[in-house]
Design a protein around this ligand. Structure first.
Ligand SMILES: [Mg+2]
Length: 360
């Protein structure tokens, strides 16, 4: 099964409402859909530009142009080899590489007539996902929380990191509104300094918070470690971990209790599995997260999580917030859980007739 062609297509779509976190505010989302064709079959992948890996639509299109040219004729079944090849062709560009890696898993599933999560070794049937509440005023946050609970969500992630007093009040108000049975996670997206992080954590520790993500800057590992020493809430590293080397550093410096793995940060499923294995061997649970992604890469994240015992948390919610992203299928959402479709590959489909028109 040799790669015949790689097509890609830039899709820009709107969010239902602006999404504000400590580092950015967006109402438009970009994704580059990838289609790898081999032996009269094809697989879908997706690359999402983001500020964590510093990839833009332009950089991803440029990387895909090079990779598609160089990978033509290669054996599509040998994922380790393809990943090694991609790293030898261009440095960095993990989201672009994730798009191809993902499409090859979809292809392999189709080739072997099984869903990807079975190909990787099914460990779970479904995955609980949280729904994220961006930074907004307290009343709006409570209103969003109640709305999400009514839609079936059993876990919420509250974005914080711009204003400590407002953050503390907002988290308390949401906890009061949703009750004790709902799982609450918070994410500061690097917004605090060490002292502020410790102060906020002290004031919310009675609110049964599952974990706090990335309280301080991604490269301040000493700071992260210090916050952890003073925290009764588990710490999750997100922006600090983009690769297995980052994961090893985090473990060595005892910076966090959990790691947030994102396919776009690390370069796809092959590398996500490597990071998860390292985390597992060192006693750290992991979560699967996302950027402003469509159903293709959300499904890939879901299949990764279903195949790995150690992936205990999911924040796979971006597709809920997009308008007309042109991707369909993959999974259903029931009572807070994402449940994969019992189809071969990822079971996703894409509404694009103009495939290849973005190729140069
Ligand atoms: Mg995060």
């Amino acid at each position: 099964m040799n790669i015949k062609r790689v097509d890609y297509f830039h899709v820009q779509c709107k969010r239902i409402e602006p999404f504000i976190i400590a580092t950015s505010s967006t109402n438009i989302v970009n994704n580059i859909l990838v289609k790898v064709i081999a032996d009269e079959n094809y697989g879908y992948g997706n690359a999402c530009p983001n500020t964590v890996t510093n990839e833009t639509p332009r950089s991803i299109l440029k990387a895909l142009k090079i990779l598609s040219h160089e990978l033509t004729g290669e054996d599509a079944k040998d994922l380790n080899w393809i990943n090694e090849r991609m790293d030898s062709i261009i440095k960095g560009n993990p989201s672009a590489k994730a798009g191809i890696d993902m499409a090859l898993y979809d292809l392999q599933g189709k080739f072997k007539n099984v869903p990807v999560y079975k190909l990787l070794g099914e460990k779970k049937k479904k995955m609980l996902t949280d729904m994220t509440i961006g930074i907004m005023n307290q009343d709006a946050a409570v209103e969003h929380a109640v709305q999400y609970i009514n839609r079936g969500f059993k876990a919420l992630k509250i974005k914080i990191g711009l204003d400590k007093e407002k953050d503390i009040k907002r988290i308390k108000a949401v906890r009061d509104a949703v009750g004790e049975d709902i799982k609450l996670r918070v994410d500061a997206n690097q917004g605090y300094d060490i002292n502020t992080a410790i102060e906020v954590i002290k004031k919310i520790e009675a609110l049964n918070i599952e974990y706090i993500e990335q309280p301080v800057k991604w490269d301040d590992l000493e700071g992260l470690s210090e916050v952890r020493m003073h925290s009764n809430i588990p710490i999750a590293a997100d922006e600090s971990v983009k690769s297995k080397d980052d994961a090893l550093k985090i473990i060595e410096k005892e910076c966090s209790d959990k790691i947030n793995i994102k396919l776009m940060k690390c370069g796809g499923l092959t590398k996500a599995i490597e990071i998860n294995t390292i985390a597992k061997n060192n006693g750290l649970k992991t979560m699967i997260g996302c950027f402003g992604e469509n159903r293709v890469s959300i499904t890939a994240g879901l299949h990764f999580a279903l195949s790995q015992e150690n992936v205990c948390y999911a924040d796979l919610d971006s597709h809920f917030m997009l308008i007309n992203d042109r991707t369909i299928g993959g999974f259903t959402f029931e009572n807070g859980y994402l449940i994969p479709l019992k189809k071969i590959g990822f079971g996703v489909d894409v509404n694009i007739e103009e495939w290849g028109s973005m190729n140069f």
